[in-house]
Design a protein around this ligand. Structure first.
Ligand SMILES: *Cc1c(COP(=O)(O)O)cnc(C)c1O
Length: 394
């Protein structure tokens, strides 16, 4: 068997040595490979009511507000659960029961927001661009011009199912122009793709612990205008997902309403310190972009093709078409790559066979070089000689 590239290898990056214990690198969009010190931060138990833990919660909230330039006009509410819990909490809390949303869809996460609105009974219309085309500001403009009942526009920042980086700024501008409110699912982008409220004055933005901030899973966060948090009172159908109630309680007591994922929270604080040390959003974006560039150019050199044109490629995750070669089988390919120390992600396209490779987490361009080597060897191991996609998939 080939030498396995495991995350236990000493990798001295700008962030220090990463990962321990013979685990594979996770080339996935979260949970992802985290730094050793982030994992080590979990080796202690905390009382959720204790002053030391309250200080951790307070520090996280203020650092996140700072990261979006929110200053006094915005606040941050932490919510237990995976990212979807926070998306559902935000949609239910900020869209009033008589409101109406425009959901911009180009993949699984936009579809999920629509499904949430079905569950919680909010009116909505959609702009559905299929698997990989961006919702364009002109299209949003036309829909908002024609429908004065729409109160909120819901957009996915990086649609992780294809890896497309949607044109957030343009969408924000037209939403503003029409005086409507913007809710952003920036789950897989926040912390690595700049979002400043001066440019994109969102009503609410949602992300979670285990994406670009490089924490471990267990909670999400909602950044929102204080005026929106005030106005959200009484909107939510759900006690545990009520952002307003969590916000009021956190401000009053410094605590979470219900048991917080304490270990995840302290790990996240450590992840935020590493984020700052790396140079904040700018530093993180630079590392992820380099990861993406090494990956994409190396894969193209092998003969693979990306789903997206360069203009829409995010520095978060990239979708590649599966080789047309009849010997290609994703399950076998996955196992071969994993045996070489890397976990990749299946594709999520409805039309063409594909797979995805993430660029986020505690990994750098040297890890991406290892991925390229593993991809080549794995294809050879399963007898794939032609890496190009079938004719006419695009
Ligand atoms: C990861 C992700 C989510 C949340 O997924 P969970 O599995 O609930 O954590 C939501 N939206 C986007 C765009 C994501 O990438």
């Amino acid at each position: 068997m080939t030498q396995m590239a495991v995350a236990s290898q000493e990798l001295s990056t700008e962030q220090g040595t990463i990962a321990v214990g013979g685990e594979p690198y996770l080339l996935t969009p979260g949970p992802l490979t985290t730094a050793l010190s982030t994992k080590a931060a979990m080796l202690r138990d905390w009382g959720s009511w204790d002053g030391d833990f309250k200080a951790v919660t307070a520090e996280i909230r203020s650092r996140l507000v700072e990261m979006c330039g929110g200053e006094d006009a915005y606040d941050c509410v932490l919510m237990q659960g995976s990212g979807t819990f926070s998306v559902e909490a935000a949609l239910a809390s900020f869209i009033p029961q008589d409101g109406k949303a425009l959901i911009l869809m180009n993949g699984a996460y936009g579809q999920r927001s629509a499904k949430i609105l079905d569950y919680i009974g909010r009116a909505y219309v959609t702009l559905d661009k299929g698997d990989y085309l961006p919702p364009m500001p002109e299209e949003v403009d036309a829909i908002l011009s024609a429908d004065g009942d729409i109160t909120h526009v819901v957009v996915v920042h990086c649609e992780t199912s294809s890896g497309i980086l949607n044109p957030l700024k343009g969408i924000s501008d037209v939403t503003q122009k029409h005086g409507r409110k913007l809710i952003v699912d920036s789950m897989s982008a926040f912390g690595a793709v700049p979002v400043d409220v001066a440019d994109v004055p969102f009503e609410a933005l949602v992300s979670s612990a285990n994406k670009c901030i490089e924490g471990v899973p267990g909670f999400g966060f909602v950044l929102a205008r204080k005026s929106a948090l005030e106005a959200a009172r009484g909107n939510s159908h759900s006690l545990s997902l009520d952002v307003h109630d969590q916000w009021v309680y956190m401000n009053k007591t410094g605590q979470w309403r219900f048991t917080p994922p304490t270990h995840t929270v302290v790990a996240f604080r450590e992840a935020l310190h590493l984020h700052e040390k790396e140079g904040g959003v700018t530093g993180r974006l630079a590392r992820y972009t380099r990861n993406r560039d090494v990956l994409v150019s190396g894969m193209r050199a092998l003969g693979f093709e990306t789903l997206l044109e360069d203009e829409w490629l995010s520095p978060i995750i990239t979708t590649f078409f599966s080789p047309a070669d009849p010997a290609f089988d994703f399950g076998r390919f996955y196992d071969e790559i994993k045996a070489r120390g890397f976990v990749i992600y299946p594709g999520k396209l409805t039309e063409a066979e594909s797979f995805r490779i993430g660029c986020i987490g505690a990994l750098d361009h040297r890890v991406m070089e290892g991925v390229l080597k593993a991809v080549k060897e794995s294809c050879e191991a399963i007898g794939v000689t032609n890496f190009g996609p079938p004719d006419g998939v695009k």
